[in-house]
Design a protein around this ligand. Sequence first.
Ligand SMILES: [Zn+2]
Length: 188
Amino acid sequence: MPEHAHDPRGPAGRELRTPPVRDWDSWPFVGDVEPKELRAPEPEPPRNGEGDRPCEACQKPDSEYIWTDTRWRLLALPPSGLPFVCILEPRVHADGPRDLPDTMLAEMGVMLARVERAVLAVPGVERIHILRYGEGAAHLHWWFMARPTGVRQVASSLAMIWDDVLPTTPDDVWHANVATVVAALGPA
Ligand SMILES: [Zn+2]
C-alpha cells in the first residue's frame, strides 16, 4: 500500500497545506487560518448503532418524525441557520445503500426525489443539498439541507458550517416550514 494511504499527513507527518480559503466566496470567516494538527491514523471508534452501541434511529418512535410510511421515515432537525434541514432514513437498519435490496434502492431513488420536491416547496428555498456521510451513525441517513434563494455564499460544501453561522431560524418560521414539507410530501 502506498505510504500516502497509511498516513495522509505526508512523509514528515506534518506537510499540510492551507488553501486560499480567504478568497473563497463560500468561506464563512475572515482572518488568517492554518491547519490544526492532524492526528496519526487511529483505530475507528464504533459509531452509533455499531458494536456495543445501540442504534438511536432504530429505537426512535415514529412520533419523533415529521413523516413516516411503512419503510421510510423523515426526521426534521431542530431550528438552525438554514431554513430547513431533515434526514431520510429507512425503517430497516442498513448501514449504507449497499445493504438494501434492489426494491428498496429503487424506492430510495423515488424518496430522494419526493423529499427534494417537498423541501423545495419551502418559501425562499432555491436548492436542496442532498448528502450522505455515515460517519456518526451506522443507520443510513440522507441529509437534505435547504439553501435560501440568492444566498450564493452558502451554495456549496460549506453550507454545513454556514448552518451553524447563520442566525437560528425563528421557531414560528421553522414550524411553518415543517408544515409546508409535510403537506408537500402528501400521504404515505
Ligand atoms: Zn438502526
